[in-house]
Design a protein around this ligand. Sequence first.
Ligand SMILES: NC(=O)c1ccc[n+]([C@@H]2O[C@H](COP(=O)([O-])OP(=O)(O)OC[C@H]3O[C@@H](n4cnc5c(N)ncnc54)[C@H](OP(=O)(O)O)[C@@H]3O)[C@@H](O)[C@H]2O)c1
Length: 323
Amino acid sequence: MKAILIRDGGHSAEDLYVGDVSRPEVGRGHVLIRVSHSGVNRPDILQRQGSYPPPPGASPIMGLEVAGTVETVNSDENLWTVGDRVCSLVNGGGYAEYVSVDARHLLPVPRGLSEAEAAGLPEVCLTVYANLMEHGALQAGETVLVHGTNSGIGSMTVMMAKGFGANVIATVRGAERAAWVKGLGADHVIDTRNTDFVTPVKDLGGADVVLDIMGGDYTPKNILCLKHRGRIVQVGMIRGNKTEIELPRLMQKQGILTGSMLRPRSADEKARLSAAVAERVWPLIEAGAIRPVLARVFDAADAGAAQAYLDSGQHTGKVVLRW
Ligand SMILES: NC(=O)c1ccc[n+]([C@@H]2O[C@H](COP(=O)([O-])OP(=O)(O)OC[C@H]3O[C@@H](n4cnc5c(N)ncnc54)[C@H](OP(=O)(O)O)[C@@H]3O)[C@@H](O)[C@H]2O)c1
């Protein structure tokens, strides 16, 4: 099969090429997907650059999510049939024509969506669902504060929080992006190019849940924005992996500061999350309450250009490769 490989010793986007490799073995409990589209994510770029090696047992090929068609089923559980249109989180190996996946991790392509749109859903949906609804324990009627809402994670958080009946305060950089985020359904949008977010959020009554991809200097500010018994869920650290906080501020509010990562979770845990997302998030997508945002589709042979585009930060939404 064809796969996107990295030239020996190469770390730049120009070092990616289409090569021939063997199809993956389809272990017990696994399904082989004939991939039509592969989602492009930042960890793929880090893997190419050598700073994010695949975990033990994972495919050395880049790619964390795909959409396509079930080609082979090696599972007694009657979950999938050859020919089903599916999308899935994968433990590496997504930048290839075929990938073997734990049958419990597959999700159907939501009704009304293309496979290109579906390829960009698993990573962001599982991440946001786990952190917003499980770690953040969001309840309908509560208020969510989310930063960087033109990002994949940020825009999905806005839509998912609205879908589950929350009020959303979104921050973003720039007036054009602010207008775009308002269009996603955010109740309040703060342009952090013009103003700090703490006072406006406090004026709006504060946040029950903060889903934060920023860290750094945003963490103490997030604590200031928290309501009594509020929860901050750390998902990224774009503004810094170190921060200084005043602990009494958290304690006075009986606040919770937590966080999680998707990739190191066990196969069982990903199976549980995939089932929860299928049950609770897929209906919101099929009803149009969550709309996948596709930034651009590249031919798989242009994977280097696709990664460079993602890295440039020009995109709004998901970048996807087409096989
Ligand atoms: N924990 C997990 O399991 C998990 C899973 C998936 C992703 N993540 C993390 O989540 C984060 C977002 O991922 P993504 O794919 O959604 O990212 P993305 O689409 O590339 O977006 C990055 C966002 O960060 C903003 N940003 C960049 N530098 C900034 C700065 N200095 N100050 C304020 N905003 C800044 C960008 O805004 P501009 O457009 O204004 O630059 C953009 O909104 C990443 O850090 C990723 O590693 C975590």
